[in-house]
Design a protein around this ligand. Structure first.
Ligand SMILES: [Zn+2]
Length: 477
């Protein structure tokens, strides 16, 4: 049996003016893909895995058309060269926006279907923040989505999708997909599976899996910062029995809809100044403040200096800001050298509308792993330390700090560009506060500009009724 493997994986805020380019992606192709830890589960007796191309990027703005076309062209060339195939597994995120194109995953998966033909089953794995469309569902036979946010089941989800494909090929069966859209768009920060009501909703999914006729049941939160027609939450069920699968999809959709008024932010959340007031009164440490509107892992630009400005205005003592993406500032620090004091203009290096802080800074530490884009600089501004990165990136792991000689657990206030905290930072937060800061992933959802979304959709609209109706993949006959 020959199964080809590939895909494209990122999440794009349509509110961001900063387009992603080829350089923003980690690309796996050929033998490298099959050797990568990310795909190391691809091993089954009698199955030959054929590597195509897998491109993955930290979430951000829309992908440039040139970058998307380049990846798609290479992916399809490799797919054509891999024929004949028994199956295709696509590891997707689901929330790509390509500049000037709607439903990029629909485009990608349809193009793959056209190459492999109607008889080859296609399995996909998705992030639960992906946006699904009928066009996508019509091309696939198997679907599995993450069941945790923060995402700690990435690998398990990929294994679920791939295992269903292997099993279908071994048994000669052909699963199908039913889905039920829900007109509800909430940010991941309200729908973390660490908190109710999402926690219970997701814990019920294995009960659906156990029903005869169902292989895999999913609840997709969708991606709210995409102002495009397909943006939606939904239930997606892979099964062998259409009636059972459609009933399950409608039940999952109803359970999500019925909780719509009950989703809350997990940590204490509010405007930046109110959160800093609380932080000032707090004796325990570290207070970890999430700068949520500029969170790169949600699609934020990551170049904003709002929190730095607010802390400087307060004359704050003992804070660590990790980090601000600012290539020109990092380059200036490298040119100056460690121990030097210099004038820096911080912020707005990627999005010209991002706020800027003009500061006098001392270069504390320079980190040079090799490529210019990987450089980092730690500076001190008054009593505040700031980590600057040459590229957009999160600081979510303890090792990110340790590498720079920083200890996030002892600082009075740690500011991270994040929504819900990462699995490594959440346990040390004492306490965690979330600031409703401005940015292209602003958490004030009801007030986001909404021109292209299908309406009505909660919470943009309220007071409308909804009854879920399951639909099938065109392939499930
Ligand atoms: Zn996600």
């Amino acid at each position: 049996m020959r199964i080809a493997v590939g895909g494209i994986h990122t999440e794009c805020s349509t509110y961001s003016p900063v387009l992603m380019t080829v350089e923003d992606f980690r690309v796996l192709r050929g033998a490298e893909l099959l050797k990568a830890d990310y795909f190391s589960f691809l091993e089954a007796d009698g199955v030959e895995h054929v590597s195509l191309l897998h491109a993955r990027a930290v979430p951000g703005g829309p992908v440039s058309r040139g970058a998307y076309d380049a990846f798609k062209t290479e992916f399809l060339e490799r797919l054509r060269a891999a024929l004949p195939l028994d199956g295709l597994y696509l590891a997707m995120h689901g929330a790509i926006k390509v500049d000037g194109m709607d439903d990029a995953e629909g485009d990608w998966i349809s193009a793959a279907r056209a190459v492999v033909g109607p008889d080859c089953p296609i399995a996909t794995s998705y992030d639960l923040h992906g946006n699904v469309s009928q066009k996508i569902i019509d091309q696939i036979d198997i679907f599995a989505g993450y069941r945790t946010a923060p995402h700690i089941d990435t690998r398990e989800t990929m294994v679920r999708a791939w295992s269903m494909l292997v099993e279908a090929l071994r048994t000669g069966t052909r699963p199908g997909v039913a889905w039920a859209p829900v007109p509800l768009l909430l940010p991941g920060e309200c729908t973390s599976t660490e908190d109710e009501p999402a926690r219970s909703l997701y814990r019920r999914l294995p009960d659906f899996d156990a029903r005869p006729g169902i292989l895999d049941a999913n609840l997709m939160v969708g991606y709210v910062w995409a102002d495009e027609p397909r943006a939606t939450a939904c239930a997606v069920v892979t099964g062998s029995d259409k009636a059972v699968a459609s009933k399950a999809a409608e039940e999952i959709a109803t359970s999500y809809w019925n909780e719509r008024e009950n989703f809350r932010f997990g940590p204490v959340t509010g405007p930046l100044e109110a959160m800093l007031d609380i932080a000032e009164e707090t004796a325990t440490r570290p207070v970890i403040l999430a700068d949520s509107g500029d969170n790169p892992t949600g699609g934020g630009v990551g170049d904003r200096a709002d929190v730095l400005r607010a802390l400087l205005a307060r004359g704050w003592r003992d804070a660590l800001i990790s980090g601000i993406a600012d290539r020109p500032a990092v380059d200036a620090c490298f040119a100056a050298g460690e121990g030097t004091t210099l004038a820096l203009r911080l912020g707005g290096s990627l999005d010209p509308s991002s706020p800027v802080a003009e500061v006098t800074a001392t270069v504390v530490r320079l980190d040079d792993p090799g490529p210019l884009s990987e450089r980092q600089a730690v500076i001190r501004v008054g009593q505040i330390e700031v980590v600057m990165s040459a590229r957009r990136r999160p600081y979510h792991n303890i090792e990110d700090f340790r590498r720079l000689g920083l200890d996030p657990s002892t600082v009075r206030l740690l500011v991270v560009k994040s929504g819900y905290l990462s699995p490594e930072l959440a346990p040390i937060a004492n306490p965690n506060l979330m600031a409703l800061t401005d940015g292209v992933v602003n958490q004030d959802i009801a007030n986001l500009t909404s021109v292209r979304r299908q309406r009505p959709v909660f919470p943009f609209d309220r007071g409308f009724d909804f009854e879920p109706r399951a639909r099938f993949s065109a392939r499930w006959t």
